[in-house]
Ligand binder design. Structure first.
Ligand SMILES: *[C@@H]1O[C@H](CO)[C@@H](O)[C@H](O)[C@H]1NC(C)=O
Ligand SMILES: *[C@@H]1O[C@H](CO)[C@@H](O)[C@H](O)[C@H]1NC(C)=O
Ligand SMILES: *[C@@H]1O[C@H](CO)[C@@H](O)[C@H](O)[C@H]1NC(C)=O
Ligand SMILES: *[C@@H]1O[C@H](CO)[C@@H](O)[C@H](O)[C@H]1NC(C)=O
Length: 418
């Protein structure tokens, strides 16, 4: 016991020293990509309300020395809550979706939502101010995602792109398309992993606990809502990556992750654990967390709830407006990927989504019974189970040679028990 305390105290000390010295990330997404011999560019785009967002781009695959002139369809990939573009490149070129897509002939763009480690600048505001942090999922969905889509289309001279989202990346996509349906015309195909719209059956114990405190508008939720979060998540990253790299702690760390994302999954790629914890949690506003907690409490997909008074000021109504999913219209069915042991995007809640927009989607439920939330991106079998299938569907859409037998990991009937 004492040994643990000493070890932990030691790392807290190191952490403190690193925070004082700036707490900067040592490697960014481009470093992680280039380390494998792939090209990478970083781009910034400014939103109408002044946030400066970073996009990382894999313009082509590693084997091609340069663009040979054939069109490279654009893909935008959006990350989870408190995550960044790093999340998708952790498993390297053989298994990571961005690399696989680049090698298959796509122009791959990795987004970063306002407030995460790569998007903490603003034309006027300091990232230490409360005004900077006064945003929720709504602004990410209604401002950041369309700003990025338009920037990519302008830069590539394309008129449409493919969208891939994981977790929060799916929530903000559904917000955008239900509020600004015309964006459906700019989407070729959409692939939503661990889709988060309804959270009535969420099973993650830590989230259920936090929800008790932050699931309703309150003084506490208001104060926490706009508190800058950089320092705290920086400490978690340093602690996590420094402690969990020791074999003694590795299994404990994985159990803690599984407590969030789905109990007892054996599938996480353990090799990337340290790098995952070096890059995640990657910041975000506390209002994003509050809003998810509100989704759990009220079982509705709606705008941020500021409380009756605040809502009147913001929305002209004492209740926040609901996102109307009936507005969503895409040329192709949305591909939903989900798993039975996912503590966030539970099959019950996906079923509610299906009841509402069934015809608008293809419902891909992973067969493996212990597959959880993070497994949809970071498991050892993510390539054969998920990524090969996504790449193949994109190839098919583009009229390129595709395989047609690579989507084998899913049940025939998504919603029947057994
Ligand atoms: C983007 O690239 C520029 C120039 O190479 C570099 O100075 C900057 O730090 C990079 N930004 C990020 C977020 O990686
Ligand atoms: C930034 O500040 C300038 C000067 O006060 C103002 O004109 C501009 O609208 C502000 N921009 C944003 C995005 O807030
Ligand atoms: C697991 O992650 C490591 C480290 O990024 C990577 O080299 C390896 O290919 C990954 N393995 C699988 C099966 O995803
Ligand atoms: C499709 O993929 C499978 C598994 O990778 C492979 O065995 C098969 O040869 C491929 N078929 C075609 C037509 O490319």
């Amino acid at each position: 016991m004492e040994v643990y305390i000493i070890v932990i105290a030691f790392f807290v000390g190191i952490t403190g020293a690193q925070i004082v010295s700036g707490g900067q990330l040592e490697v960014n997404t481009c470093d992680r990509i280039q380390r494998h011999g792939y090209p990478c560019e970083n781009h910034t785009v400014t939103t109408p309300d002044g946030y400066i967002l970073t996009l990382f781009r894999l313009p082509h695959g590693c084997l091609e020395m340069s663009d040979k002139g054939e069109p490279r369809p654009a893909v935008l990939i959006m990350h989870c809550l408190l995550c960044s573009s790093d999340f998708f490149v952790l498993n390297g070129p053989n298994d990571g979706l961005p690399f696989m897509l680049a090698d298959a002939g796509y122009d791959v763009w990795l987004g970063n939502a306002r407030g995460n480690i790569y998007s903490q600048r603003h034309v006027n505001l300091s990232s230490l101010s409360e005004e900077f942090w006064d945003f929720s999922l709504d602004q990410i969905g209604l401002i950041d995602v369309p700003t990025k889509i338009d920037y990519i289309l302008k830069t590539t001279s394309e008129s449409k792109l493919h969208y891939i989202g994981f977790s929060q990346g799916t929530t903000v996509f559904m917000m955008l398309l239900s509020s600004q349906p015309s964006y459906g015309e700019k989407i070729k195909t959409a692939h939503l992993l661990g889709p988060g719209v309804y959270f009535c059956h969420l099973r993650s114990p830590p989230a259920l606990l936090i929800q008790k405190f932050l699931g309703r508008p309150s003084g506490l939720a208001n104060i926490i809502g706009t508190l800058p979060s950089q320092g705290f998540t920086g400490i978690l990253r340093l602690l996590g990556s420094n402690v969990c790299k020791f074999p003694l702690f590795t299994e404990l760390c994985i159990e803690i992750l599984n407590l969030f994302s789905g109990w007892d999954s054996p599938y996480l790629n353990r090799t990337l654990l340290t790098d995952l914890l070096t890059s995640t949690p990657a910041d975000g506003s506390n209002q994003q967390i509050n809003q998810y907690m509100q989704f759990i409490t009220k079982c509705e997909f709606k705008r941020y709830d500021y409380g009756a008074e605040g809502n009147l000021r913001k929305y002209g109504d004492s209740k926040p407006p609901i996102y109307d999913l009936k507005n969503i219209h895409l040329g192709e069915p949305i591909e939903f990927y989900f798993a039975v042991n996912d503590f966030f995007a539970t099959p019950e809640d996906i079923h509610s989504l299906f009841d509402e927009i069934g015809m608008q989607g293809n419902w891909n439920r992973v067969k493996l019974k212990k597959y959880n939330h993070f497994d949809l991106v970071l498991s050892i079998n993510v390539k054969t189970c998920i990524n090969n299938c996504i790449v193949d569907k994109l190839l098919k859409y583009e009229g390129r040679p595709f395989n047609g037998t690579l989507c084998k990991c899913f049940r025939n009937k998504a919603f029947e028990e057994g």
